[in-house]
Write a protein that binds this ligand. Structure first.
Ligand SMILES: NC(=O)c1ccc[n+]([C@@H]2O[C@H](COP(=O)([O-])OP(=O)(O)OC[C@H]3O[C@@H](n4cnc5c(N)ncnc54)[C@H](OP(=O)(O)O)[C@@H]3O)[C@@H](O)[C@H]2O)c1
Length: 332
């Protein structure tokens, strides 16, 4: 069995709870393949797992790493879809920040030749989340108005790009230093440090969809800018993670979000979105985004790249306010 280096969240807490350990990796089981990982990512989920607040998470010690890109190095029993050395991506959820990983063959997608590898690994979580919220949760049509909290973030930036591809008008929030760049990308940005966007959006007549990863208080504000027929899509309760404050329990936020559907006469709806690699759309959507990446229809910003040994730095960079896009981990 090969010994591999991997990240370990040794206990819940700050970045000091992240360590690099060496462990033996067993051979892939039947139906699994082993990848030599080239790139993984750091996302809000990793940070929340480190804080011990990710919904239904594995208990620490655990290895995070929500998506991987790598080459096939071993095929387990019954696996023949990919040849040794072929490059693939996969939504891994755990164990991705490691030199090697065993994954079910059924969830792997081949990476087209010639695409940027960091961009490809960022598609797997951040961009499929954005694509599915836009198309399967909110069904955004050309000409509609959408509002994106955190336009400068990994998922928010993907919503902006994919919203533009769908010819939607994209409004949203980001820190002011990024507004000029966001305007160049076609967005109408507001600051999140004041609430001026609420009145401004109400004065436009409201929006068709809001995408909200923030939580409790934000759900009321987001709901208030929907027009009749509009939908609030939440995909997190993560304001405390961005502000590095303690997190309240999730249940009241979820109840508050979904209870708004009881006011059916308002004509507005709310829903919670969670990405699932076993859903029927996951693999087709990822393949479509890889095709768009190859053709240049989308371009994927990368906020920063770190080595495996720099994992603490990578966590500090998350929600640091500098740069735009996804954070990538390059294996040694
Ligand atoms: N449900 C799912 O399936 C799913 C899938 C993927 C991700 N997620 C969740 O999606 C969320 C976004 O992740 P991400 O990786 O895109 O995060 P990210 O790249 O760190 O982006 C965070 C965004 O939030 C903004 N922000 C920072 N502080 C804020 C504040 N106080 N109020 C409002 N906005 C603030 C940032 O703006 P500035 O940088 O301009 O300051 C940035 O645009 C995370 O909570 C993650 O867990 C959920």
């Amino acid at each position: 069995m090969p010994k591999i280096k991997k990240v370990m969240i040794t206990a819940y807490g700050d970045e000091s709870k992240l360590a690099i350990v060496e462990e033996e990796l067993p051979k892939p089981a039947a139906g699994e393949v082993q990848l030599a990982v080239e790139y993984s990512i750091v996302s809000g989920s990793d940070v929340n797992m480190r804080r011990g607040i990710y919904p239904f998470q594995k208990k620490a010690p655990l290895t995070p790493g929500y998506s991987v890109l790598g080459t096939i190095c071993l095929n387990g029993k019954g696996c023949s879809k990919f040849r040794i050395g072929e490059r693939v991506v996969c939504l891994s959820k755990y164990e991705g920040q490691a030199e090697r990983i065993n994954l079910p063959e059924q969830f792997l997608v081949a990476v087209p030749d010639g695409v940027d590898l960091k961009a490809a690994v960022a598609l797997v979580l951040d961009w499929v989340t954005a694509y599915q919220m836009l198309h399967h949760a909110a069904h955004v049509e050309p000409g509609q108005k959408i509002f994106v909290h955190g336009l400068s973030g990994a998922v928010g930036g993907a919503l902006l790009s994919l919203g533009a591809v769908q010819r939607a008008q994209v409004y949203g929030t980001a820190s002011e230093a990024k507004h000029e760049e966001l305007r160049k990308l076609g967005a109408f940005p507001f600051s999140y440090s004041n609430k001026h966007w609420i009145k401004a959006m109400q004065e436009t007549g409201g929006v068709d969809a809001v995408f909200d990863p923030l939580g409790f208080q934000s759900f009321d504000e987001s709901y208030s800018i929907l027009k009749r027929g509009g939908i609030l899509v939440s995909y997190g309760m993560n304001l405390p993670t961005f502000t590095k404050t303690s997190s309240p329990p999730m249940l009241p936020s979820i109840v508050k979000l979904l209870a708004k559907n009881l006011f059916f006469w308002s004509g507005k709806r709310t829903t919670f979105f969670g990405l699932n690699r076993a859903s029927k759309n996951y693999i087709p959507d990822l393949k479509l985004l890889l095709t768009w990446l190859k053709s240049g229809k989308i371009s994927v910003p990368i906020k920063a790249t770190f080595g495996l040994d720099e994992i603490r730095e990578a966590h500090r960079k998350y929600a640091s306010g500098e740069g735009m896009g996804s954070i990538v981990i390059k294996m040694n």
